[in-house]
Write a protein that binds this ligand. Structure first.
Ligand SMILES: Cc1cc2nc3c(=O)[nH]c(=O)nc-3n(C[C@H](O)[C@H](O)[C@H](O)COP(=O)(O)OP(=O)(O)OC[C@H]3O[C@@H](n4cnc5c(N)ncnc54)[C@H](O)[C@@H]3O)c2cc1C
Length: 434
């Protein structure tokens, strides 16, 4: 449910692992080129390639800059430079990436049904299949429902039975994406950012930073200004921003990028919200409705891993489901998925908070031109290598261990069921957690 990047990744992974994907549903009637830049890391690339996707299609439309530069706010001095692969991976336009993901799903014969808004779920206690209900009244059942309905997930409330309202992170972003005018391209100050290939730069200052990147060899330009914000702008990808406020915030920014930001005629105002970590990603009764992607592990922009982690979750869910022998064991697979993914996505989420805090604090108590240690502002890839990025021998070992754990739990469940049925022991196996 949800045909964003997470929903498409789930369909691709499940299909690859031999599961029958009934359909991918989305409430919108038509997809537009929405959003702006989004990073897909090497972890996502490896998985997509493993699922038979021609990843060159994404590489070709992504930013081609090999490195990113981390600069001082007021004069643009380069404080550190490092490979893009250390964090964002391939930066591309979300809408373009989405088009390709949708194409890959269609190529596999998986139906994508548009205009299908899910309004209710049924999570039966017994061995019955879960179901969802569309706004049209149609009901669809399946062995497993994967809810990839994004940051404002309805499934999260319906599945968990409780509301979890967004919590302000204390920051918001102004963001703009446009084609630079010929005058901008001809401007010698902007020239290095717009011609001779793509660029990626970060300007860091006290409690603020600007991300700038180009796409299509400088023919498209994206800037994102993160700033302190305790107002109550609605959490939306469509809320217009106040360019007057932007101009005020960039008044002492490096002139190289200040002018292009000041000259931008419109931008979006995106409040960065947190969701508290969920107690579970799996429906409590039947354990057959699972959350995936932003619906359960949304990331800060400084993590640059939202879409990549959704791909990882898709891979792990499909692999776990591939290990069960019968429908009665699905609950073990969905629980195993949650237990395997939860700690890793937490690391990846907190990694974004750490980077933002280091960037926003780096120049706080430093006078003008004092040198700072480049390492202190570099992006540190603290994520342990993902299962599918590990060397083949280690991969094999991890898969064997996971398989053994899943097999053990399945065996334990079976014993519990037998004992319960034969009245030897009254075990509440439905609440068993891995
Ligand atoms: C409009 C938009 C613009 C974005 N722009 C950026 C960006 O510029 N940079 C960036 O890093 N990240 C952006 N993101 C977030 C990014 O796409 C995600 O972090 C990441 O791709 C993981 O996506 P997801 O599939 O979990 O969620 P999403 O990408 O949010 O996809 C969720 C999908 O579920 C559908 N849906 C929601 N509720 C229902 C329902 N009740 N019934 C049926 N379908 C439903 C939505 O229409 C949507 O297509 C954007 C997200 C959206 C929705």
């Amino acid at each position: 449910m949800g045909a964003g990047l997470g929903g498409c990744a789930a369909a691709l992974a499940l299909h690859h692992h031999g599961h029958y994907v009934v359909a991918v549903l989305d409430k919108v009637r038509e997809f537009h080129r929405l959003g702006d830049s989004l990073g897909l890391g090497e972890n996502a690339y490896r998985l997509l390639a493993r699922w038979g996707c021609h990843v060159k299609e994404i590489q070709e439309i992504g930013n081609q800059s090999p490195t990113m530069k981390i600069r001082r706010w007021h004069d643009g001095k380069v404080l550190a430079e490092q490979p893009l692969m250390d964090m964002a991976g391939y930066i591309g336009h979300r809408g373009d990436y989405h088009d390709i993901f949708l194409k890959w799903v269609r190529e596999r014969g998986i139906p994508i049904r548009m205009g299908c808004e899910v309004v209710a779920y049924s999570d039966p206690e017994t061995s019955q299949q879960p179901s969802l209900t569309l706004a049209s009244g149609e009901t669809i059942t399946a062995d497993v429902i994967v809810a990839c309905d994004g940051i404002k997930s309805l499934a999260r409330h319906l599945v968990l039975g409780a509301r979890d309202d967004p919590v302000s992170s204390g920051y918001a972003c102004f963001r703009a994406y446009f084609e630079p005018t010929p005058q901008m391209r001809a401007d010698p100050a902007l020239n290095p950012l717009l011609v001779n290939g793509d660029s990626v730069n970060f300007w860091i200052g006290p409690d603020t930073h600007v991300v700038q990147n180009t796409l299509r060899s400088g023919r498209e330009f994206n800037w994102i200004l993160t700033h302190k914000d305790d107002g109550d702008v609605p959490e939306s990808w469509f809320q217009p921003g106040d360019m007057e406020e932007v101009r005020r915030l960039v008044v002492d920014l490096d002139p190289q990028v200040r002018e292009i930001i000041k000259a931008t005629d419109r931008c979006l105002d995106w409040k960065i919200c947190y969701r508290k970590p969920l107690s579970t990603w799996v429906s409590p009764r039947g354990h057959r409705i699972v959350l995936l992607g932003d619906s359960c592990h949304a990331h800060l922009p400084t993590s640059a891993q939202g879409a990549s982690q959704a791909c990882e979750s898709a891979g792990v869910l499909a692999a776990c489901l591939g290990m069960v022998e019968g429908r009665e064991d699905i609950r073990v697979a969905t629980r195993a998925y949650e237990k395997l993914r939860y700690p890793r996505t937490r690391v990846s989420q907190t990694f974004g908070e750490d980077l933002r805090d280091r960037w926003h604090g780096a120049l706080k108590d430093v006078d003008g031109d004092v040198e700072i240690d480049p390492e202190s502002v570099k992006i540190k890839v603290s994520l342990p290598k993902f299962l599918f990025s590990s060397p083949p021998l280690l991969q094999g070992l991890i898969v064997v261990v996971v398989a053994m754990v899943v097999a053990m739990v399945v065996a334990m469940l079976r014993v519990c069921v037998l004992l319960t049925r034969s009245n030897f022991v009254h075990t509440e196996y439905t609440t068993l957690r891995l």
